[in-house]
Design a protein around this ligand. Structure first.
Ligand code: NAG
Ligand code: NAG
Ligand code: NAG
Ligand code: NAG
Ligand code: NAG
Ligand code: NAG
Ligand code: NAG
Ligand code: NAG
Ligand code: NAG
Ligand code: NAG
Ligand code: NAG
Ligand code: NAG
Length: 747
């Protein structure tokens, strides 16, 4: 009795175990069919008996007299080493050898061949295999018969060498040669012959060898000249498919389609017949009913990482979800999770209406709980984004406060941007998206929503926001506030309506309005504000991304410099990548590029490029232009050297009266573009020179040569004093790291 009970228990456990393994491992063969022979797995449509294969051409014979058992194709002696569901079989095939003794008499020679089943859907793969011959006195020849033509096909190659020391490690005709084989071959044999019976080279190469081999498995080394004697079998790839029809004809006769469930028909790129493949998002055996199973994408950390909150597996795909009270696509590269404006209220109203007081009570509890949870989440983001730190810093701020720093709520900004509607997008860049928004008080603002924020850089981000609040300069796009309740911080800027300087210069409809006076004004104001940032601001700031797309002229052409300080939002490595791709390369200080040493002179260089843009109307980098004109700064310097400046100035603004000014500005640009940072003037100097030119333009009577020289002399003197101040400033300095930006954002 006891013993029987134990036996029963055993069986039950056994069944359970079998069930478990079946559930975790996808079945590859039909139920009840042998799915492996020795260590070769046999996936359906292949099978070892009737009802287990798709058709008799897919019979695999498992011969158990070998240990481990060996699999053979059909009833023949073609030994199968592997069957894959993407339409490949790996067979093991004999290698041809032709061996001699020292005196030059032939010892052995074989001529192996393979004949694939004529009826079966099999051909030797021409793309995966090649014919290889190895030897130093060797002529190898392959004879093949193609399935579709009743003709014989021959290829061969010759390999000669007189000494092993000349044999390289590659198969290149010395000691080893190879050639490709034709499409559609079903039969081949390989034969070898020799010119000189290996005399004189016998010491290191007594035999010739030849074989068709799977290209991926082949490597040649000079030692093969002798050690291949010991090798007898090598792998070769055979393509298989279902039937002879392609997918198109199959469409017309659906009854005979072998592709089951979540799979689709697939024409092999070369060859006849079709194979089946699981749809994207599925894996398994497409020939079995229900063979393609859904892939749990979320278990792959790479995919799960694409979701900002939670990854949810779906049938054939995955989606991202947001926490309760949030909506959005939840994707890290999408809109992520956005807090619901009045979800709490909706729930309360929706479930509260018309219910008994008891239910009301429950709803109230639920409401309270939900609100508490929401608050917690809001608080979490706020804390995570450094909100507390910011509040503290702002409250401790000293000095005159002209405008109160504002921390916006997420709801306020969502309303302002119409829930971040597509139509509100002003620009997109490597860092995220800029939206146009209208605040409840009617002000139009630009709202920058970053893609991601690195926790380790939060403190710096806060610092920068604080610094930016302190900058109160009419030529800087003002930061009005920020929002920390969302997962990533949002920044709110003053909105500047009229596009970037880049648009004004390169847009044909706008450029005519951009007279020289206006250009000089923009240049001078930009230089002024950079000089202020470098030396006058309470903490020196290096902008690091001076370029025409970051200068925004407003209605009256007052220049507004945008986009700095927020740069810590993205890690530096990404920044550099974006820079390359986006082509701000044209503005990049070459010295900084080489040494990675950031100084205020990098801004001077970039500003020099902007000056040249203003003078010539050309783009900083134009990839479609001939080699010598691609890089504006080198093109400009070259023209200046060859005294061709006048030829490259933008015609529409040049006249007799201002040509001297243009030349002066070109000269300033030249100084800014010097390769060595220390030889460039500092921004203060540049600003003063430009301002000087502007005032003299307003009073043309001061425009004579001695006066200009005088100015230069004065400026020259001031250089020293300014520089020493500047150095002190920079060493304690505050560096505004570079932020990649697409054209048109920050507005
Ligand atoms: C099967 O076993 C043989 C010898 O043990 C080995 O060479 C071969 O690579 C194995 N094949 C597969 C598909 O694992
Ligand atoms: C198995 O292989 C042995 C040795 O090659 C052969 O004699 C025998 O006929 C084979 N058995 C089957 C069932 O093919
Ligand atoms: C198959 O058998 C034939 C003779 O029966 C033989 O010549 C050939 O080499 C064998 N092929 C393989 C791959 O075993
Ligand atoms: C192929 O050619 C051989 C001789 O050249 C001939 O005997 C045979 O009938 C031909 N077969 C076909 C299918 O044309
Ligand atoms: C040639 O020799 C190298 C190194 O011994 C070996 O890895 C390689 O498999 C050999 N090639 C063939 C075709 O056996
Ligand atoms: C469809 O395919 C089946 C099986 O291959 C075949 O018997 C039948 O004749 C085909 N029908 C047509 C219309 O081609
Ligand atoms: C198909 O054949 C073409 C030309 O013969 C070849 O370039 C291509 O790589 C082949 N593709 C495959 C998947 O074998
Ligand atoms: C998965 O879903 C995404 C978004 O819904 C879609 O873009 C993608 O094409 C889907 N992928 C597959 C394999 O269906
Ligand atoms: C994850 O997102 C990146 C960026 O959008 C995308 O390129 C990648 O294909 C996504 N990975 C998966 C597995 O969906
Ligand atoms: C949040 O809003 C979205 C649409 O705006 C809605 O589909 C979702 O149900 C809301 N979630 C909650 C928890 O109210
Ligand atoms: C700026 O834009 C406004 C409206 O878009 C337009 O009326 C105005 O003329 C523009 N000003 C300049 C200087 O382009
Ligand atoms: C452009 O030319 C300048 C001056 O010749 C050089 O320093 C700089 O590296 C060049 N930039 C690029 C992107 O080729």
């Amino acid at each position: 009795m006891r013993i029987r009970g134990m036996a029963l228990q055993f069986t039950v456990t056994g069944v359970l175990l079998a069930g478990l393994t079946a559930a975790t491992e996808l079945p590859i063969a039909k139920p009840g069919c042998q799915d492996r022979c020795g260590n070769v797995s046999i996936p359906y449509p292949f099978g070892t008996e009737k009802d287990c294969y798709y058709g008799p051409e897919f019979l695999i014979t498992c011969n158990h007299t070998f240990n481990p058992p060996k699999a053979f194709l059909g009833k023949g002696n073609l030994s199968v080493a592997e069957i894959t569901l993407d339409g490949k079989l790996r067979l093991m095939q004999y290698i041809a050898k032709d061996c001699y003794d020292r005196a030059g008499a032939r010892k052995t020679r074989n001529r192996p061949w393979i004949n694939l089943p004529v009826q079966g859907p099999y051909v030797f793969s021409d793309t995966d295999n090649m014919l290889v011959a190895i030897g130093c006195d060797t002529f190898a020849e392959m004879r093949g018969i193609r399935e579709d033509k009743n003709d014989t096909y021959m290829v061969g190659c010759v390999s000669k060498c007189s000494d092993k020391k000349y044999v390289p490690n590659t198969c290149s005709g010395i000691g080893c040669c190879h050639t490709s084989i034709a499409k559609g071959i079903k039969y081949f044999d390989v034969s070898l012959s020799s010119y000189n019976n290996h005399m004189g080279i016998w010491e290191f190469n007594p035999c010739s060898f030849a074989f068709i081999i799977e290209e991926k498995q082949f490597s040649f080394s000079p030692s093969n000249l002798s050690d291949l004697v010991k090798v007898s079998l090598l792998p070769i790839i055979v393509d298989w498919s279902i039937g002879r029809n392609n997918c198109e004809t199959l469409e017309k006769n659906k009854t005979s389609n072998a592709c089951q469930g979540q799979s689709k028909c697939h024409d092999p790129e070369n060859g006849s017949g079709y194979i089946c493949k699981c749809l994207d998002g599925y894996q398994g055996n497409p020939y079995l009913p229900n063979g393609c199973r859904n892939i749990n994408e979320c278990s792959d950390p790479k995919v799960a990482h694409n979701c900002s909150h939670k990854c949810i597996d779906t049938e054939g795909n995955y989606t991202c979800s947001c926490p309760k009270g949030y909506h959005g696509d939840g994707r890290i590269d999408g809109e992520r999770c956005i807090r619901n404006r009045s979800s709490v209220l909706q729930v309360a109203v929706g479930s509260g209406a018309g219910l008994t007081s008891l239910l009301m009570g429950i709803t109230w509890l639920y409401w309270g709980y939900n609100k508490w949870k929401l608050m917690k989440l809001k608080e979490k983001f706020f804390r995570q984004n450094g909100g507390l730190m910011l509040e503290q810093k702002l409250s401790r701020r000293e000095g005159p406060v002209t405008e109160t720093a504002k921390i916006f709520s997420a709801a306020e900004l969502e309303k302002a941007t119409d829930k971040y509607h597509e139509s509100r997008i002003l620009g997109r860049g490597g860092f995220g998206t800029v939206y146009k928004g209208t605040l409840t008080d009617g002000r139009t603002v630009a709202i920058k929503k970053s893609k991601t924020i690195d926790q380790s850089q939060i403190e710096q981000f806060i610092n920068e926001v604080v610094v930016l609040y302190q900058i109160n300069h009419r030529n800087v796009v003002k930061l009005l506030g920020c929002c920390l309740e969302t997962e990533v911080p949002l920044l709110v800027y003053e909105y500047v309506a009229n596009g970037t300087l880049y648009d004004h210069i390169h847009d044909k409809s706008k450029v005519s309005a951009l007279t020289w006076e206006i250009r000089l004004k923009i240049a001078s104001e930009t230089a002024g504000v950079l000089s202020y940032l470098h030396s006058a601001a309470s903490v020196p700031i290096i902008h690091r991304d001076v370029k025409s797309t970051n200068i925004l002229p407003d209605n009256s052409y007052t220049a507004k410099v945008s986009d700095f300080g927020t740069s810590r939002l993205i890690p530096l490595d990404q920044v550099e990548l974006s820079t390359m791709v986006r082509g701000t390369l044209g503005y990049l200080d070459p010295e900084y590029l080489h040494t990675s040493q950031l100084t205020d002179k990098s801004d001077v260089y970039s500003f020099g490029v902007v000056l040249v843009e203003l003078l010539t109307g050309m783009k900083a980098i134009s990839f479609h232009k001939p080699e010598g004109e691609r890089n504006l700064s080198s093109y400009f310097l070259c023209a200046l050297k060859e005294d061709r400046l006048v030829l490259i100035l933008q015609d529409c603004m040049v006249n007799q009266d201002n040509i001297w000014q243009l030349k002066e500005v070109a000269n300033i640009a030249k100084k800014c573009l010097r390769v060595k940072g220390e030889e460039r003037p500092n921004m203060k100097n540049v600003a003063m020179e430009l301002e000087g030119l502007r005032t003299s333009a307003k009073h043309p009577w001061t425009n004579d040569k001695s006066d200009v020289e005088d100015t230069e002399h004065l400026l020259g003197e001031s250089v020293e004093t300014v520089r020493s101040e500047e150095m002190a400033g920079t060493s304690a300095g505050y560096h505004s790291l570079y932020l990649m930006q697409s054209q048109g954002d920050g507005r």
